[in-house]
Design a protein around this ligand. Structure first.
Ligand code: ADP
Ligand code: MG
Length: 393
């Protein structure tokens, strides 16, 4: 049984240093690292001031960097054919993938009002990643945070909590303002604050994050992530339209956000579509709280029920699933998973399943066979081992 490999972080960093020397003809000074993530539960709740429960993956993006004296930025990625070169001012309009990497440097240098901008120097940057790209596992926040961490290290800054928060904000600004893909903040927060052996409960109303122990060995469970290889990028408008629906529902209820809504209020909405959207958000936030309790009680059946209820809610009320994701969920449960759900923004991407460890092989085989039978592109599987957040590699 083979899984999509996270690689060894020391080996990856060493390999990247060699490539950097070949590419730029000089040595890298630092290597930043930031992980992808899988969200256990709490989907489309971050921008509704709600709760989410992601964990950082062992799969990560690495950014090797060295200062330049001429103030210019030169960016390359082993996952992209085209590089990008420009100034910090031009970074605000860097196209394509470079928008994520250059955008975070631009945002760090910007005066935020609450603090003056950092003196971001010119630099050469080379990126490499083991996070599947565009699979709903947050390769975007991983590249933003890896580049941001590398830049801060070049400035000699200590990666303390305030700097981690600043990097979260800069990464969100890169994605929202430079790339033009507004996100709710879950991806950047878990990339900076992930912890080995734990999921992280993030509250977007209280602006807090706290670890929730995820002792998979004690639970006898494996977090199995299945990338359907269906690209969600094709459905960019879907995310924005769900966000708009949620804002409209909250405003019709006279609330600042759906976090404040009760289920009765959600059910009182006259418009059928908005009612279903609001119902998903309200019940999903409750399911995050229940999942935290089920983890603390080691209640495997409850965990399974909650994941499945979350999937049904996203499939029927929020309408962000697709045939491939539904097939993973259905097949995984038939083959012995406790529960399974689509994870990430939706319209493709990945599913997350909680599988009794002795059943993992059976589940993977069953899902693969189902995809063959349906004529779907072969999925890839990876192991969601809860891992550390961003840092130096
Ligand atoms: P996800 O975050 O779920 O992987 P997104 O659509 O949010 O999907 O982000 C994917 C985009 O991020 C890619 O299309 C690419 O532009 C950029 N990206 C992510 N990782 C890399 C990388 N290692 N090299 C170059 N670009 C990357
Ligand atoms: Mg993303």
């Amino acid at each position: 049984m083979t899984f999509w490999d996270a690689g060894d972080s020391h080996d990856l960093a060493d390999g990247l240093r060699s490539s950097f020397a070949e590419t730029f003809g000089r040595d890298a000074e630092v290597v930043g690292r930031a992980p992808g993530r899988v969200n256990l539960i709490g989907e489309h709740t971050d921008y509704n001031a709600g709760l989410v429960l992601p964990l950082a993956l062992p799969h990560a993006t690495y950014a090797a960097a060295a200062r330049r004296q001429d103030g210019r930025l030169r960016l390359r990625s082993r996952q992209a054919e085209e590089g990008w070169e420009g100034t910090l001012d031009e970074a605000a309009s860097a196209p394509g993938w470079a928008g994520y990497a250059a955008g975070v440097l631009w945002a760090l240098a910007r005066d935020t009002g609450s603090g003056t901008g950092l003196e971001v120097p010119g630099m050469d940057v080379l990126v490499d990643s083991t996070v599947p790209i565009g699979a709903g596992l947050s390769s975007s926040a991983a590249i933003e945070c890896a580049v941001g961490v590398a830049a801060c290290a070049l400035l000699g800054l200590d990666l303390d909590d305030p700097l981690r928060e600043r990097l979260v904000a800069a990464a969100m600004a890169a994605e929202g303002e430079v790339v033009g893909a507004p996100t709710g903040g879950m991806d950047q927060t878990i990339a900076m604050h992930g912890l080995a052996g734990a999921a992280v409960l993030i509250d977007f109303d209280a602006h807090t994050h706290e670890p929730v122990d995820l002792d998979l060995d004690a639970l006898g469970l494996t977090v199995l992530v299945t990338d359907t290889q269906v690209s969600h990028a094709l459905n960019d408008g879907g995310y924005a339209s769900r966000r708009a629906d949620c804002e409209e529902a909250a405003s019709l209820l006279g609330l600042a956000s759906l976090r404040e809504a009760t289920q009765a209020q959600a059910e009182s909405l006259e418009d059928e579509r908005l009612r279903r959207r609001a119902r998903h958000v309200v019940t999903e936030i409750a399911r995050v709280t229940e999942t935290v309790a089920a983890l603390r009680d080691s209640d495997r059946p409850a965990l399974g029920r909650l994941l499945l209820a979350s999937h049904v809610s996203m499939r029927d009320d929020f309408e962000i699933s697709c045939a491939e994701l539904d097939a993973v969920v259905e097949t995984a449960v038939e083959a012995g998973a406790m529960g399974s759900r689509m994870t990430g923004g939706g319209f493709g991407g990945s599913a997350v399943s909680l599988v009794p460890t002795e059943r993992v092989e059976a589940v993977v085989r069953a899902v693969d066979a189902r995809f063959v039978a349906e004529g779907f592109r072969a999925p890839r599987h990876l192991l969601g081992v809860p891992s550390a957040g961003a840092g130096l590699a």
